[in-house]
Design a binder for this molecule. Sequence first.
Ligand code: ADP
Length: 171
Amino acid sequence: MKSAIYPGSFDPITFGHLDIIRRAASVFDTLYVSVLNNSAKSSLFLVDERVNMIKDVTSDLDNVIVESFGGLTLEYALERNVDVLVRGLRAVSDFEYELQIAQTNREFSDDKVDTLFFITSLEYAYLSSSVVREMASYGKDISRCVPEAVAMKVYEKYGISPGEVLNIRGE
Ligand code: ADP
């Protein structure tokens, strides 16, 4: 049984993340989608809210386990006895950041924990949680970025009612 962990902020989960989750879940027997509880970083959603949204939109995937963790991703992986981390790559800027983290995790785990990268699908190459937050905060239609249930929760955070969202879509 081969397991992997896909760690991230997921604030909120996007179609880009979901694409990586589906692809990774088809490669591994078990995929942990793990929300980092980082109190130093301000976020739109509470960790539990993020976990529940991810559970909701991955409920059709039997081998996906959604949970949160605190502290070092490396320690969490060793605790779970998982030696593969999954990350997504969109651009060269992602690569520079990810390269150092992946090498650090490998070095500090005595080569035990390795990182496997999935390249973004073309249609989601521009997509990030911060793009979603920014566009939603200005009342833009984010239905191309996140599942409907997630979009509703994002608008709620910005005090935008479902009626206003419908108007934004021109429906
Ligand atoms: P973090 O704050 O840890 O970067 P994110 O939630 O922003 O967490 O992203 C988690 C992982 O998903 C990262 O590896 C990121 O590069 C990847 N990712 C985010 N958006 C996309 C996307 N549109 N396509 C592919 N990978 C993505």
